[in-house]
Write a protein that binds this ligand. Structure first.
Ligand code: SF4
Ligand code: SF4
Length: 358
């Protein structure tokens, strides 16, 4: 049975007012107001954008979403979870400061920021799931306690998962620190000593001290490694390697199981909006160069089904690129996250695209 995905196209002719109007129209078309309860706390899952990232979805574009939630009697808050890697989002204090510097302030939006997994990411609510890898997952408490959830995703390529959209945002983005560690536990990189020039950059980025110098080359201790991927991202000459195919499949399947845990906890109370604009090779956890985007504007999509939404987002991306995302970004198969999510009952890859006016 196909799921409905509502779509509003975007071009360079559309300004911020147009985008705000589109977001409101999509919210209405998808029937998201019906998910809310009067006076209920509504988590709006966003990505605040890492330091020097310019592609994240800006809060000014979500003003009509906030208005709609408040008109329906809900009390919205911006939320995300802390990261495993060392950056500006690895604890709630730095995270909130960064969010504020990117415009997520009460003064500008009327909405406060609540970091969903607490001060250092230790907060967790356990939820049973019928997974292949996990029978229970750890999700962020502020989301587990919310009356409803609206997931704002920015579709991008991804260094490990190949693609990041609604499933990744729901799964990885709302897991506890333990949940993230579990998903990343399959990623075990190694340093190719023939390529490594001993610059030590990866050592500075590794959050666990797993990398040391062995003679003139870096070496990773697999026991200390948590699989966060920072060394992969920080090594500019490609000396850090891992088994993409095996590691990525395992991570994506675990990510879908995490997503199923959040969906089960908030069953019938989650709406999804995905922005296919400023689509980069990498997600918003990395700094970005606006000149490097693969797609500047394609559209905004909404659904109550994250699997259908991701499938529709990918199809839209590939139509705009005129080639597979794997050819334009990372050559990683992202099918496992969609297959696993569908097998878990999170949604359907079959969808009916409904274009909305506005
Ligand atoms: S960043 Fe790359 S080249 Fe530099 S020490 Fe680490 S693995 Fe070697
Ligand atoms: S070795 Fe690499 S993947 Fe492992 S913890 Fe350090 S930075 Fe993360």
């Amino acid at each position: 049975m196909p799921s409905d995905v509502w779509f509003s196209p975007l071009t360079d002719q559309h300004d911020d007012d147009d985008i705000r109007a589109k977001v409101g129209t999509l919210f209405d078309a998808a029937g998201m107001a019906q998910l809310l309860r009067p006076r209920g706390l509504v988590a709006i899952k966003v990505h605040f954008g890492e330091l020097d990232n310019h592609n994240f979805v800006k809060p000014r574009l979500l003003a009509s979403l906030v208005d709609r939630i408040e008109q329906a009697g809900g009390k919205p808050f911006w939320t995300d979870t802390n990261t495993l890697y060392l950056g500006q989002r690895s604890n709630a204090v730095d995270h909130i400061k960064l969010a504020e510097s990117h415009g997520f302030t009460v003064a500008a939006t009327g909405v406060p920021v609540v970091i969903a997994d607490g001060l250092t990411g230790r907060g967790e609510v356990r939820v049973p799931v019928p997974g292949k890898h996990s029978q229970e997952v750890g999700i962020a408490p502020a989301v587990a306690e919310a009356a409803a959830l609206v997931v704002i995703s920015h579709a991008t390529g991804h260094l490990v998962a190949g693609f990041g959209g609604a499933i990744k945002n729901l799964g990885m983005g709302l897991s506890s620190r333990k949940g993230k560690l579990y998903q990343h536990s399959v990623v075990k990189p190694r340093v190719d000593a023939d390529i490594c020039i001993g610059c030590r950059t990866c050592i500075a980025w590794c959050p666990t001290g797993a990398i040391t110098m062995h003679g003139e080359h870096a070496h990773i201790d697999p026991e200390a490694c948590i699989g966060c991927g920072e060394c992969l991202a920080s090594c500019q000459i490609g000396a850090v390697r891992f088994q993409w195919r095996m590691a990525s499949r395992g991570l994506q399947e675990r990510m879908a199981e995490q997503a199923a845990g959040v969906a089960a906890r908030l069953e019938g109370r989650i709406g999804y909006l995905t922005f296919v604009m400023d689509v980069g090779k990498d997600c918003d956890c990395l700094a970005s160069n606006p000149a490097d985007v693969l797609i500047r504007r394609a559209g905004i999509l909404a659904s109550l089904d994250p699997v259908a939404l991701d499938q529709a987002s990918l199809d839209l991306i590939e139509r705009h690129l005129g080639r597979p995302l794997r050819a334009a970004a990372y050559d990683i198969d992202f099918e496992p996250q969609l297959q696993a999510a569908e097998a878990l009952g999170l949604g359907s890859r079959e969808y009916r695209l409904v274009e909305v006016e506005g």
